[in-house]
Design a protein around this ligand. Structure first.
Ligand code: CU
Length: 185
């Protein structure tokens, strides 16, 4: 190898290192305050210290949210003792019905450590926008009242509160566990 070839090879290597990862930037929630299921203020600062599994939904959701909570229950079981280093953060997109008391009663049905966040319509809209979550009340004539169409991605935040993984609704229990384990060490 000539000196010039080596230099050329080095340039390629360095160039490769300099290129940014192709993963699009994940949304960071920034600073916000909502209300937890005990009616206490819950600020984004409180996300620190544990890995958070964050998703948005509503308690009368007929399908997606119950499936997600069941999945997170399985994830908690699969994590074993490491589950104590994680927490589920469930933000309602239906704050008109999902008061703190409703969130509390709903989460009590699942054997997971979860924070259920509600707030004013404006506060919820702001946090949802920060996490690129969209939702929309759908008109319905059924007795169940209205449905709320919503984004179904789940975010995995590290213990500094930084978003590190975005998982699709189709992610399996193993996928979620792998995303958490990636941040555990
Ligand atoms: Cu839902």
């Amino acid at each position: 190898m000539t000196r010039r070839t080596i230099l050329a090879a080095l340039a390629v290597l360095v160039g490769g290192c300099r290129r940014a990862p192709t993963e699009p930037a994940l949304p960071q929630g920034g600073t916000f305050t909502l209300v937890d299921q005990e009616g206490r203020p819950f600020s984004s600062e409180a996300l620190k210290g544990r890995i958070s599994l964050l998703f948005f939904g509503y308690t009368t959701c007929p399908d997606v949210c119950p499936v997600t909570l069941a999945k997170l229950t399985a994830v908690t079981n699969a994590l074993g003792k490491d589950a104590a280093r994680t927490r589920v953060v469930y933000v309602t997109v239906d704050p008109a019905r999902d008061t703190p008391a409703v969130m509390k009663a709903h989460l009590a049905m699942y054997p997971i450590e979860a924070v259920g966040l509600s707030g004013t319509a404006d506060a919820i809209a702001d946090v949802a926008r920060r996490y690129q979550v969209r939702y929309e009340v759908e008109a319905t004539t059924s007795k169940a009242g209205y449905f709320v169409a919503h984004s179904t991605m789940m975010y995995v935040l590290d213990a500094t509160g930084r978003t590190r993984h975005r998982l699709r609704y189709e992610a399996t229990v193993a996928d979620v566990v792998a995303a958490v384990r990636d941040l555990l060490d």
